[in-house]
Design a protein around this ligand. Structure first.
Ligand SMILES: Cc1cc2nc3c(=O)[nH]c(=O)nc-3n(C[C@H](O)[C@H](O)[C@H](O)COP(=O)(O)OP(=O)(O)OC[C@H]3O[C@@H](n4cnc5c(N)ncnc54)[C@H](O)[C@@H]3O)c2cc1C
Length: 398
């Protein structure tokens, strides 16, 4: 890094490459911390982990010693530093996003010096959602909890009720998410509560292989490719998919139930709005489908996060609803996502840093009251902009 700094080169740390936005795109040197992986130390309620560790690996290691992260994202293929640094979240009004679990960090500044940031350091809130803009993170300390099991129930609720019930639904269990397959009559409300009941039978290895390999990598892509040119069949397909998704009640470890098998390749954008505006945001998005005659073949998802203190976190300052819009039809991406942001920008929606975005600075920064503090911290750590890329130049300014 010192050599790169001396010759004016740029370095971008990359994690597992799971961001839709160009936030991780290296334009000169790419630095991967894949081999800096594993647990460094552990104590009651905390774990110190190397930054390149995959969440899946961390979940497994914690589970083996009776611990767990209190919140997980919908997949666990990401690196710890990459997930934390973009404000990756699960869905719960009782818990914040993954960055809210951080209580210590080590990173390497532009001059090659090592910064150790502890719990009492006021910069901690700045480095939570670091955006890869503050230099390579090499270690993170995260809060953990005792391992726990959850019961999952799925309730169909008429789509027109969500606008008035978004907050109530979010508070109806410790973890709640809402899925709507566009142009169907009901949303599916997934609720997860802690339980001591014995686990339901897990899928057989054959079913698991089908779910993780054949379905997302062969069967669904073929179906979705067909839909590129036959979009009028999408509402019917969505009805069938909704019925298939309405499974029986399950009981299992939190890390299994709160994550999904790898989905097929798709496009995704996501907006965070204040909890009180969640219903309105959902309603505005649903209305787009008729207005713009959209046939999206993937879920519109509503998830929740508790307020946190991360300066660049989408949940900074108040509880939020995250509205995630997805499609696997390439031609639909622009009209759908442009319409989506046209409808949600007036609600002060903050874009997920790692998903498709239509934003340019300085409008994004105005959504974050602590943006100036973050930019000051960036100036201290990286005055030469050694860790910048085109995405950060656009979003944060040069
Ligand atoms: C299928 C799928 C499901 C997803 N589900 C969710 C979800 O449930 N909730 C949610 O909020 N998001 C979700 N995401 C988004 C995902 O969590 C983020 O894109 C996350 O940042 C990916 O982590 P990564 O390790 O792949 O990081 P990358 O995409 O490689 O990098 C992300 C950022 O982190 C920086 N970075 C990575 N490693 C380091 C390091 N060691 N030091 C400094 N900076 C670093 C990069 O420079 C970049 O800025 C999902 C993405 C996919 C593809």
């Amino acid at each position: 890094m010192r050599a790169a700094a001396a010759s004016g080169r740029r370095i971008r740390a990359v994690g597992a490459g799971h961001s839709w936005s160009a936030i991780a795109a290296p334009e000169d040197i790419a630095l991967t911390l894949d081999r800096m992986s594993g647990i460094v130390a552990r104590g009651p309620g905390w774990v110190r982990v190397k930054a390149g560790t995959r969440l899946r690996q961390l979940n497994r290691a914690l589970g083996a010693v009776g611990e767990a992260l209190p919140v997980v994202a919908s997949i666990a293929q990401q690196s710890v530093a990459g997930a934390v640094g973009t404000g990756t979240h699960g869905s719960s009004l009782s818990h914040g996003n993954l960055s809210s679990l951080v209580c210590g960090a080590r990173l390497v500044a532009g001059d090659g010096s090592v910064l150790e940031i502890g719990e009492d350091d006021e910069r901690l809130d700045g480095i939570r959602v670091h955006l890869g803009a503050l230099g390579p993170v090499t270690e993170l300390t995260l809060r953990t909890t005792a391992r726990f099991n959850l019961s999952e129930t799925i309730e169909p609720v008429p789509v027109e009720q969500v606008a008035s019930r978004a907050e109530e639904l979010g508070r109806s269990a410790e973890y709640v998410k809402v899925w709507w397959m566009p142009q169907t009559a009901n949303v599916l409300v997934f609720r997860y509560e802690r339980t001591d009941e014995s686990m339901t039978r897990l899928p057989s290895p054959e079913t698991q292989r089908l779910l993780e390999n054949w379905l997302p990598r062969a069967i669904l892509p073929a179906l979705y490719a067909w839909q590129q040119n036959h979009s009028s069949g999408v509402p019917r397909f969505n009805e069938v998919a909704t019925r298939w998704l309405t499974k029986k009640r399950r009981v299992g470890p939190s890390t299994l139930l709160l994550t999904t098998p790898e989905p097929i390749r798709h496009y995704e954008t996501e907006a965070a709005v204040a909890l009180a505006a969640g219903g309105e945001a959902f309603d505005r998005t649903v209305r787009l489908f008729d207005r713009d005659d959209l046939h999206a073949n993937f879920i519109l998802e509503l998830r929740y996060s508790k307020a946190d203190t991360g300066w660049m976190s989408t949940a900074y300052g108040g509880d939020v609803v995250h509205l995630g819009a997805c499609t696997a039809i390439r031609g639909l991406k622009r009209p759908y996502f442009d319409g989506f942001w046209g409808a949600l920008r007036p609600l002060g929606a903050r874009p997920h840093w790692a998903k498709e975005t239509v934003h340019e600075s300085p409008d994004v920064l105005s959504l974050y009251p602590m943006a100036d503090r973050f930019l000051d911290l960036r100036n201290q750590i990286d005055p030469q902009r050694m860790f910048a890329n085109g995405f950060l130049d656009r979003m944060l300014g040069p």
